[in-house]
Design a protein around this ligand. Structure first.
Ligand code: BDR
Ligand code: CA
Length: 337
């Protein structure tokens, strides 16, 4: 395994996402940390169409790189699946109200100079996942921040290749909580329940970071007041998201679903997990997309290759971790251009 300057092994990450306001915040946090070397960002349908997710991720990686002193990033972005495995497509009217019509709030509206898109490719996401898993093996962590279609396709193609991967951290599902898109289902799982079922039953080392913990990862919007141009861009990013939160919950605090999943990949100690069997309702009935988590006493330990389900969170520790990374960007503070 390759080593970094300090001689410790390099950890590689592949992030699969559907940007998305909180996907954007997750990548911003992750790229500012030296913890992972990001080999690839793959994109998928979800909050926006697959086409917009790919475009947004390319703009975003370029924008983030421009505002970071180090490391210099040129992370390639790959296009992914545009439909769920069962051929269904989400109605995105609520997503538009949450993430803005194009998925990134007002971050790249006319008043801000659009970054030249970062490195793209026509190689499909699932193929990149298979190649990365084969190339990096136990040095690779896969973090999924959107529907699991790309990963399920990759597992179908080459299941054996993924057995060496260090961990797969999934933002999605709910164990002891109602859903957010229906009473039963969390959004990412609902978008492609069959894909989620295949990933959770794969026997691979999967951590589920679901609504049980992400609903508690609430950040006050005044963290983004003042400062320089980078902070202003983040303010524009979260405006619609915060407005929707206010309408829904009465408070503008924003829920950091995706940043928490990526943070857990770096700092597993931020959550407490329980090993459980996780199944998913992939029917078209009222429980479609529900994650059915085996939490009955003494049954988790009997399950072979369980999923580690996050049930408790160090809220303060996570929020401090998140903000400390955003502060690293040039233009966070007022005097930085
Ligand atoms: C998940 O759904 C999406 O809207 C967010 O980006 C996050 O990945 C939360 O349920
Ligand atoms: Ca997402």
């Amino acid at each position: 395994m390759a080593g970094n300057e300090s001689g410790s092994p390099v950890r590689y990450a592949l992030v699969d996402c559907d940007p998305g306001v909180d996907d954007t915040l997750a990548l911003a946090m992750g790229f500012a940390s030296p913890f992972f070397r990001y080999d690839a960002v793959t994109t998928v349908h979800g909050n926006v169409s697959a086409r917009l997710a790919y475009r947004n991720a390319r703009r975003l990686t370029a924008f983030l790189r421009d505002h970071l002193e180090s490391p210099v990033l040129d992370v390639p972005v790959y296009p992914g699946a545009s439909l769920a495995l069962d051929g269904s497509r989400m109605n995105r009217s609520e997503s538009r109200a949450i993430h803005g019509p194009e998925g990134m709030g007002a971050m790249f509206d006319k008043k801000r100079r659009l970054p030249r898109p970062g490195r793209g490719s026509s190689k499909p996401a699932w193929e990149v996942m298979v190649e990365e898993a084969a190339r990096r093996g136990s040095a690779l962590t896969i973090i999924t921040l959107g529907p699991l279609t790309n990963l399920a396709l990759a597992l179908r193609r080459a299941p054996g290749v993924f057995t060496r991967v260090k961990r797969i951290v999934v933002m999605g599902g709910a164990a002891r909580m109602p859903g957010n898109v229906t009473p039963a289902a969390e959004f990412n799982i609902y978008c492609d329940p069959l894909a989620a079922k295949e990933v959770f039953s794969s026997g691979l080392p999967v951590t589920m970071v679901g609504l049980d913990v992400t609903r508690r990862a609430l950040l006050r919007v005044d963290e983004f007041e003042g400062g320089g141009p980078f902070r202003a861009a983040i303010r524009d990013l979260i405006k619609v998201y915060a407005r929707f939160a206010k309408k829904r919950r009465g408070a503008e605090d924003i829920t950091l679903h995706d940043p928490l999943a990526l943070a857990v990949a770096m700092r597993p100690d931020l959550v407490e997990t329980t090993p459980c069997r996780v199944d998913v309702d992939a029917s078209r009935g009222i429980a479609r997309g529900m994650t059915v988590v085996e939490l009955r006493e003494n049954r988790g330990s009997r399950v072979k290759n369980p999923v580690d389900v996050a049930l408790d969170l160090d809220v303060k520790g996570f929020l401090a971790f998140f903000i400390s990374h955003l502060r690293k960007y040039r233009g966070w503070d007022e005097d930085e251009k």
